[in-house]
Design a protein around this ligand. Structure first.
Ligand code: HEC
Ligand code: HEC
Ligand code: HEC
Ligand code: HEC
Ligand code: HEC
Ligand code: HEC
Ligand code: HEC
Ligand code: HEC
Ligand code: HEC
Ligand code: HEC
Ligand code: HEC
Ligand code: HEC
Length: 287
């Protein structure tokens, strides 16, 4: 320690000498230039140069120590720059407390924040807050950084929620949900019926037990795109029977039962006979 201290003192004296010499030089109008340069800093300061070397980013490549620290104590007392000296003109630069997130100016892109940040994010990201506000859900009341606790990191839904069934995994969530509007459930034409089965076991089991051709149709081929959409038979089949017959039996279900469990006619395959059969079969249920 003693050795370090005496070295340090020597260094301070050297610096003072340099500084006062520089002052004299200035006053004497450009005699000899002997000034403190950015390569001298490391002689007395180790952390800042090391941080900049490792993670300085643009503060390493675009500026020098002395662009930010102009002069040096004791000659110049205040040599800590304000960020606004160089960063101005964007909404982001009107925030207060730059150093609360950019905690070390020598590693400007190493960013830290708590789990309650929303407004500062909006200086750069806007589509997400629009979705959150337009489609109210319990996510709308959470702070952005409650989920994105490290900048740029996308959390898994399963960090906070259980899947709807054992077979379901994280990758499935986004087939039906978007994080910023989680209650608006939409899905693509490929979505497997098993995923719907996690909540609609009865419908799934009924359809799988059926021998009619609907068995091989995906849930989402009929219940297209948006959750709770219910199709009409005619959307796919048009008008498959003569108008006279349809006038007498206006509902498909009078003969075909329901989509998940279509009727099968065995003996009597005429429409009228089938209708009679269907009515009989339906009668006890209606009571
Ligand atoms: C000879 C040793 C020495 C050299 C070389 C040196 N410094 Fe310093 N520096 C010090 C000492 C000692 C202090 C503490 C002074 C004080 O607190 O009054 C200090 C303090 C500082 C501070 C803190 C000021 C504050 O207000 O807290 C900054 C910033 C700084 N130096 C930057 C630099 C930069 C940039 C360079 C290179 C251009 C440099 N120093 C070169 C010894 C040195
Ligand atoms: C982009 C501007 C910028 C650059 C470039 C920069 N600094 Fe700093 N430096 C700052 C700011 C701002 C602070 C005050 C940090 C704080 O308040 O926590 C600071 C603080 C310091 C301090 C005092 C606190 C500490 O970390 O010990 C020293 C010493 C220092 N800088 C040295 C340097 C050296 C040496 C370089 C070049 C290798 C350098 N700085 C480059 C902006 C800069
Ligand atoms: C002496 C001028 C100067 C000062 C003071 C300064 N910066 Fe910078 N900073 C720059 C320049 C130049 C760049 C590169 C161009 C740009 O992004 O504007 C930069 C870039 C950055 C970047 C992006 C880094 C990258 O590589 O993409 C961040 C973050 C940053 N500055 C934060 C700060 C913060 C926070 C402060 C205050 C503690 C600060 N700067 C003070 C000059 C400065
Ligand atoms: C709530 C945290 C937070 C605060 C407060 C904050 N920043 Fe940032 N800043 C960020 C994040 C996050 C980024 C994006 C980093 C990236 O692109 O990877 C960023 C990027 C930057 C950049 C580089 C991108 C650009 O737009 O040029 C600069 C420069 C910058 N900030 C300066 C500042 C200044 C100056 C302040 C204070 C006026 C400040 N920041 C306050 C979080 C913050
Ligand atoms: C200064 C501007 C700035 C600020 C402030 C900022 N970001 Fe970013 N953010 C960026 C940039 C630039 C990227 C990288 C480019 C991209 O993928 O869009 C990014 C990327 C992201 C990503 C990853 C995007 C992807 O597609 O993988 C998330 C998530 C994110 N930011 C969330 C946040 C949150 C949450 C906050 C507030 C705590 C925030 N950002 C603050 C500029 C910013
Ligand atoms: C960091 C934790 C976190 C992550 C990650 C997360 N959520 Fe949430 N989510 C919550 C909290 C907290 C609630 C509110 C719970 C409550 O009050 O019962 C919630 C509620 C919900 C709700 C119900 C909303 C309402 O208004 O009833 C849905 C749906 C939801 N989350 C889906 C998802 C999906 C899908 C993902 C991934 C894209 C996801 N969540 C990621 C924390 C999280
Ligand atoms: C409930 C957790 C949660 C909250 C709250 C949240 N996000 Fe996200 N964010 C996610 C997830 C998960 C993704 C991945 C995409 C997806 O699943 O929809 C994401 C994606 C992103 C992306 C990448 C681009 C995109 O839109 O897909 C950005 C940027 C982003 N979020 C910013 C924000 C901002 C800003 C806020 C606050 C206004 C915020 N997030 C609130 C969980 C959340
Ligand atoms: C096949 C579509 C589908 C998939 C895949 C899916 N969900 Fe859902 N989820 C829904 C539907 C539909 C609702 C709303 C039910 C209602 O209206 O009450 C819902 C509701 C929720 C809720 C709020 C109600 C509750 O059960 O707590 C959360 C949380 C949720 N989902 C999380 C997830 C997560 C996490 C994943 C991925 C592991 C996921 N979901 C995958 C369709 C799906
Ligand atoms: C997280 C559980 C959940 C998942 C996963 C889910 N649903 Fe639902 N679904 C519900 C709830 C809750 C209701 C409303 C209660 C009810 O009417 O039985 C509902 C209702 C429905 C309805 C009836 C609408 C009406 O008017 O009666 C249809 C159709 C439907 N869901 C289709 C699907 C399809 C197709 C899938 C797969 C892409 C699916 N659901 C995935 C929970 C879910
Ligand atoms: C999304 C389109 C769609 C909807 C809606 C739909 N079906 Fe079908 N239906 C099909 C397809 C596809 C087949 C199989 C055609 C083939 O393979 O020849 C089929 C087959 C049938 C068959 C023949 C069954 C067999 O096993 O031979 C009947 C009967 C039928 N549908 C009745 C109905 C009735 C009644 C409704 C309304 C409750 C309905 N469908 C709704 C697409 C649909
Ligand atoms: C061929 C088209 C078709 C297929 C495939 C289909 N549905 Fe349906 N679903 C319908 C029709 C049409 C209705 C309205 C009742 C009726 O007329 O049969 C309905 C009604 C429903 C209802 C509300 C009434 C009830 O039974 O609870 C739910 C929930 C439902 N379907 C879920 C599903 C699920 C889950 C799947 C996949 C396992 C599925 N559906 C497959 C056409 C279909
Ligand atoms: C009065 C009874 C009755 C009514 C009402 C009825 N159907 Fe049928 N439908 C039948 C019979 C019987 C068959 C022949 C069954 C067979 O060949 O297995 C049939 C066959 C079909 C077929 C299969 C055609 C083929 O080429 O394989 C479709 C699709 C169909 N009906 C759709 C509908 C739709 C959609 C409605 C409502 C708009 C409807 N039916 C109303 C009795 C009826």
């Amino acid at each position: 320690m003693k050795v370090v201290n005496s070295r340090w003192l020597t260094a301070v004296f050297a610096l003072l000498a340099i500084l006062s010499f520089a002052g004299m030089a200035c006053a004497a109008q450009e005699q000899v230039k002997a000034t403190l340069t950015s390569s001298d800093c490391v002689k007395c300061h180790s952390k800042a140069p090391a941080d900049i070397a490792a993670n300085g980013m643009a503060h390493k490549t675009n500026v020098t120590c002395q662009d930010c620290h102009v002069g040096h104590p004791p000659t110049v007392k205040k040599i800590i720059p304000a960020c606004s000296q160089c960063h101005e003109g964007k909404p982001h630069f009107s925030l207060s407390g730059c150093l609360s997130c950019h905690s070390n100016p020598h590693t400007p892109k190493v960013i830290k924040f708590g789990n309650n940040v929303t407004d500062p994010c909006l200086t750069c990201h806007t589509p997400q807050i629009e979705k959150l506000r337009k489609n109210k859900s319990k996510h709308s009341a959470l702070a952005c950084s409650f989920c994105h606790n490290v900048h740029g990191k996308i959390p898994d839904c399963t960090q906070c929620h259980k899947p709807h069934s054992k077979e379901m995994v994280q990758a499935d969530c986004k087939k039906c949900h978007q994080a910023h509007m989680p209650l608006v459930v939409t899905y693509g034409a490929e979505t497997q019926s098993k995923l719907c089965a996690s909540c609609h076991k009865k419908a799934y089991d009924l359809l799988m037990a059926s021998t009619a051709k609907h068995k091989s149709v995906l849930c989402v081929t009929c219940h297209q795109s948006k959750h709770k959409m219910v199709p009409k038979c005619q959307d796919c089949h048009g008008l498959p029977h003569p108008a006279g017959m349809m006038a007498k039996f206006p509902k498909c279900s009078q003969c075909h039962n329901i989509a998940h469990d279509l009727n099968h006619w065995s003996a009597d395959t005429t429409p009228e006979g089938a209708a009679q059969g269907a009515k009989k079969a339906a009668a006890p249920k209606k009571k």
